[in-house]
Design a protein around this ligand. Structure first.
Ligand code: BGC
Length: 381
């Protein structure tokens, strides 16, 4: 029996060595990331040998949006199933609160940090402390900018999210068939979230030819990211901006035909502004896009208040992220499918991009109910 154990231990040690060797990667920028991962490994390997359980700090941005509640819950469950101890914290969109939470995680001996930042560039100093303490860091959904202290990034194809939203509008408005012109207003996400820029880029690359040809008219004249961005993804700010656009530009009986919205929460605010201005669902109500497939958004899609959303299965994201946590803790290499897109100004962070899916009235049953994300009762209730 002892002999079998010794053989198993030798095989395990050899496997770890091979996986660690496999970590030596490509260009200089990704190599920095791999070394950061490896740096974290040295400290944690000792912990593993002593049989102590690993502590994982999970820092999430806010509970005001359904998706982050699901993200936190999924991560906690999956990590605990593996025997890890989880410190899950929400910063309620307060940058300093998130810095403090991460500092506490470091002080309390976290072995790995998983972070979805409130402000992608505001964590540079606290992440340097994590690096100095040999704690590997994984960026969750939102890229951590301006730092070399990040090993891996688990996210969705963010550019594709924007493409899906804009492609929906192009098809639903019949722009490819030469229909138009249509009045379309544009919204972007939070300027301190790197994802927002990619959503915008994907959407604008898709809409540009129709704006240029005059088939899409943005009557407000606001077509650049900065004018359309909504700080911290606030529903109220989106509602106010839409109210201002409606009263300032559409007062003479001209109607909005569609609104590009990059997040369900913004779509609710936009819908409230439209209701306030007298628009009615079913009577020339504009097409409104969204993102996250929140339960409310699916209900609004069924009732016709929202035209589409982009479903990002947080269960899949959590799975990918957990595999990254395991990799940095054991010195192995997680599955990565992108080593070129996510340059955080210091390094190109090795990433796994999950696939986003456009959801409309026609496919919501297949996409969100059949896969068990929501039950039919939840959606109907
Ligand atoms: C996420 C989106 C989300 C938005 C607002 C982004 O970073 O990728 O899924 O809608 O934040 O919370």
């Amino acid at each position: 029996m002892k002999k079998v154990k010794r053989i198993l231990a030798t095989i395990l040690a050899a496997t770890l060595l091979i996986s660690a060797a496999a970590c030596t990667v490509v260009d200089t920028k990704t190599t920095t990331a791999a070394s950061t991962a490896a740096a974290g490994t040295d400290a944690t390997a000792t912990t593993a040998a002593s049989g102590q359980s690993f502590k994982i700090g999970v820092a999430m941005p806010t509970q005001s949006s359904e998706r982050w509640i699901n993200d936190g819950a999924n991560m906690k469950t999956k990590l605990e199933e593996l025997g890890y101890t989880v410190d899950l914290q929400y910063a309620e969109d307060d940058v300093q609160a998130q810095v403090n939470q991460i500092e506490n995680m470091i002080t309390n001996g976290a072995n790995c940090l998983v972070i979805a930042a409130v402000d992608s560039s505001a964590l540079v100093n606290v992440l340097a402390k994590a690096k100095a303490a040999n704690i590997p860091v994984i960026a969750y959904d939102r890229l951590l900018m301006d730092t070399d202290a990040v090993s891996y990034y688990a996210t969705f194809d963010n550019y594709q999210v924007g493409v899906l939203e804009a492609t929906y509008l192009v098809e639903a408005l019949g722009l490819k068939d030469g229909k138009g012109p249509f009045n379309v207003e544009l919204f972007a996400g939070s300027p301190d979230d790197n994802n927002a820029k990619l959503f915008w880029q994907g959407a604008m690359d898709t809409l540009k030819e129709y704006i240029d040809s005059g088939k899409i008219v943005v009557l407000s004249g606001q077509t650049d990211f900065d004018s359309c961005a909504i700080l911290r993804w606030s529903q109220e700010t989106a509602q106010q901006r839409m109210e201002n656009i409606l009263s300032g530009t559409y007062s003479g009986g001209t109607k909005v035909d569609a609104v590009l919205s990059p997040y369900d929460g913004l779509s609710y605010g936009i819908a409230s502004a439209l209701e306030g201005a007298g628009y009615k669902v079913g009577e020339g109500w504009p097409l409104i896009t969204g993102q996250d497939a929140e339960l409310m958004a699916i209900k609004n899609i069924i009732s016709g208040k929202q035209a589409m959303t982009v479903f990002k299965d947080t269960r899949v994201l959590a799975e990918k992220c957990v595999s990254m946590v395991q990799a940095v803790l054991t010195g192995s290499t997680p599955e990565i499918n992108n080593t070129t897109t996510y340059d955080n100004n210091v390094l190109v962070v090795p990433s796994y991009l999950c696939t986003p899916v456009a959801v409309t009235k026609d496919n919501y049953v297949k996409e969100v109910i059949d896969v068990g994300y929501y039950t039919a009762d939840q959606v109907a209730g």
